[in-house]
Design a protein around this ligand. Sequence first.
Ligand SMILES: NC(=O)c1ccc[n+]([C@@H]2O[C@H](COP(=O)([O-])OP(=O)(O)OC[C@H]3O[C@@H](n4cnc5c(N)ncnc54)[C@H](O)[C@@H]3O)[C@@H](O)[C@H]2O)c1
Length: 380
Amino acid sequence: MKELRVGIIGYGFMGRTHSNAFRRVNNFFDLEYQPVLKAVCARDAGKAKRFAETWGYQSVETDWRKLIGRDDIDLIDIASPNNTHAEIAIAAAKAGKMILCEKPLALNGPEAEKMVAAVQKAKIPNMVWYNYRRVPAVTMAKQLIDEGRLGRIFHYRAKFLQDWTISADLPQGGTALWRLDAKVAGSGVTGDLLAHCIDTAMWLNGSIDTVTAMTETFIKERKHNLTGKMEKVTIDDASAFLARFSNGSLATFESTRYARGHKALYTLEINGEHASIAWDLHDLHRLQYFDHRDEGKLRGWRSIHVTDSDQPYMKNWWVPGLQIGYEHTFVHQVADFIQGLQDGQMASPTFKDGLATDYVTDAVLASAKSKQWVKVKKVK
Ligand SMILES: NC(=O)c1ccc[n+]([C@@H]2O[C@H](COP(=O)([O-])OP(=O)(O)OC[C@H]3O[C@@H](n4cnc5c(N)ncnc54)[C@H](O)[C@@H]3O)[C@@H](O)[C@H]2O)c1
């Protein structure tokens, strides 16, 4: 088997999901390449070493530039906060490394454009970790839509609700709380959570033309962990927008970290002329499907348990009826990336797809500011 030598940057939440995926992919997918965990890079050498021991990385780096400079690494995996993505990816592309980058691709569209230009110039395989595309039930939704089962699409509805920043005592910035610091995160829920909803939406339903949005920052000041001072909060705590897709359908998107009782409630619903689809991250192995063409007396919502071997990805796992979970979406992403290398056809979402999502989040934030409809820039 050919080696795919991985250097990962960041050992946090995503560092773990990616490492798990690299380790497990060959146990479940028949591929020509095997990821080899060469090095983990993070600024704290002690913690990075413990992470390396837990996950089986052969070495540790504390400066990502050194990692990129190594000849024994083929692929750089960026699992660090958003403000690090562009600089690392551009340097990695120049060094001729393949790149997997966490979402959102960059802090904003203009920064993401430079990343796309860098990977295109270097002609290197690249991908963004919008993992929800690879929940089998979501992949199946894509198949049903592409088969034309829904007919003309009228509506797309997505929500991503959390409740972990309601306390005014929660500080902002630094380890674990960088998401509340706009300089590091780029934006609040728009770039963090709605970016997922937008990526899935454009994959399922095509591009978005225009948006009108509102955002709110409910807690105006929080203590900053790095300065110890009370500082203005500049992220959006909540964001909601209306959108028009290029195919003529209308959409609503909503995200907040102030929906008491909801931890990661990502839901989507699509209503077409013949059929509708609904999906819920808290019940991720099920796809809800309603088809008006069913015989009248039996017509109703079907709750499809997506676990059978003729459903996406499931032949690689257990026996029908036994479900898989969140971590498997990352395994699927690595499997598809490798399959893409073998086929000479890059798996999506590529950096270009990530840029398209950044253009939508830019438009959402601009609209919230101007209180006007904003046209979404299109990727060339
Ligand atoms: N695909 C998803 O569903 C998903 C979920 C969560 C996070 N993310 C994205 O993944 C990225 C990381 O998020 P997370 O939740 O894992 O964060 P985290 O805070 O858990 O981990 C971040 C890691 O980056 C390291 N780091 C920070 N600056 C660094 C630098 N300059 N050099 C090297 N290492 C550095 C930190 O030490 C830490 O190990 C973000 O871009 C985030 O938006 C994606």
